[in-house]
Design a protein around this ligand. Structure first.
Ligand SMILES: NC(=O)c1ccc[n+]([C@@H]2O[C@H](COP(=O)([O-])OP(=O)(O)OC[C@H]3O[C@@H](n4cnc5c(N)ncnc54)[C@H](OP(=O)(O)O)[C@@H]3O)[C@@H](O)[C@H]2O)c1
Length: 281
């Protein structure tokens, strides 16, 4: 069983780490555990105030430095901001984590939202892995951690575009693991299942049986960072999730599709007025 805080060698994965999606949920958890290992953090997301507040808290608690990077990773030219804020730093660790999910029937879904979801869940990983993959390879050591999902392992009706995007991240990460290992760079792609974050709450999935089965953020993050440290190519978070991967693919598609359909129906019945996933904040 993974501990609640990962141990990382700051000499190898520091002195700076970049974490996307650091303002909330799993990304916030990564920032906390990386800072606890005395690695300075660049915190990237759209909500600058949340990043600044987290950065100040981590700096006070762990004596590290931080930089907040406001970037819309589903917008145009987002890499200009990412490169601009990081080019003077020696980045030894990159966690490409930011993501969001559009829930509901594909053909009646809002095309603009689906396109934004794809830019965020596919293109941001592509651009970040390419730019920082080059930098890490030149450096000859460090780590790249990509956050996919167990949704990558089979099609999931009613979150079809999300599961397709996460399959891209899964295959990208696994491929880069083999390309970058000879250059001294660890690459791990992590596949969380349901994890207790604001994303889960937005879809009302924090209640009932899914809420009870959902992993705590700290365990998911510690397991992912420990997997990167030992350079595992792929890690499904949590024993129950690993067990679920042994079900036949068709059964998983039916099961997860039914769950997504029911979440979509509940969300549309509740119609909370909360911005839909993928919408600009
Ligand atoms: N929670 C789960 O059950 C679960 C399961 C499997 C995989 N995952 C994956 O884990 C990752 C983190 O999800 P989470 O559950 O922690 O969700 P979350 O609590 O909603 O956090 C998502 C993070 O991504 C950032 N983000 C969203 N859209 C962005 C954009 N356009 N530009 C820049 N940053 C953006 C958000 O920051 P701002 O809003 O401030 O921009 C936030 O920091 C995602 O890739 C998700 O697909 C989650």
């Amino acid at each position: 069983m993974a501990g609640k805080t990962a141990r990382l060698d700051a000499a190898r994965f520091g002195p700076w780490a970049l974490i996307t999606g650091a303002s909330s949920g799993i990304g916030r958890g990564f920032a906390g555990q990386i800072a606890a290992n005395k690695i300075n953090v660049v915190l990237a997301a759209r909500r600058l105030a949340a990043l600044d507040e987290l950065g100040r808290e981590l700096a006070a608690r762990h004596g590290i430095r931080f930089r907040s990077l406001r970037a819309d990773l589903a917008g145009p030219d987002f890499m200009d901001a990412v490169i601009g804020e990081t080019q003077d730093l020696d980045i030894g660790l990159v966690v490409s984590n930011a993501g969001d999910m559009v829930l509901g029937e594909f053909v009646t879904g809002d095309y603009a939202l689906l396109a934004r979801e794809t830019t965020l869940n596919v293109n941001s990983h592509l651009a970040i892995a390419h730019h920082f993959g080059q930098r890490l390879a030149r450096r000859g050591e460090g780590g790249l951690l990509l956050v996919s999902s167990t949704a990558a392992l089979q099609a999931v009706p009613y979150t079809a575009n999300y599961s397709a995007a996460k399959a891209y991240v899964f295959n990208l990460g696994e491929g880069l693991h083999h390309e970058l290992a000879p250059k001294g760079v660890n690459v791990t792609v992590v596949l969380p299942g349901a994890t207790r974050t604001p994303m889960l709450s937005r879809f009302g999935a924090d209640k009932g049986s899914m809420g009870r089965l959902a992993m705590p953020v700290d365990s998911c993050v510690a397991d992912a960072l420990n997997s990167l440290r030992v350079n595992r190519a792929v890690r499904v978070s949590g024993r129950m999730n690993r067990l679920a991967t042994t079900l036949p693919r068709t059964a998983r598609t039916r099961l997860f599709g039914a769950l997504s359909k029911s979440m979509a129906q509940q969300a549309s019945a509740a119609d909370t007025g909360v911005p839909a996933a993928g919408q600009a904040r």
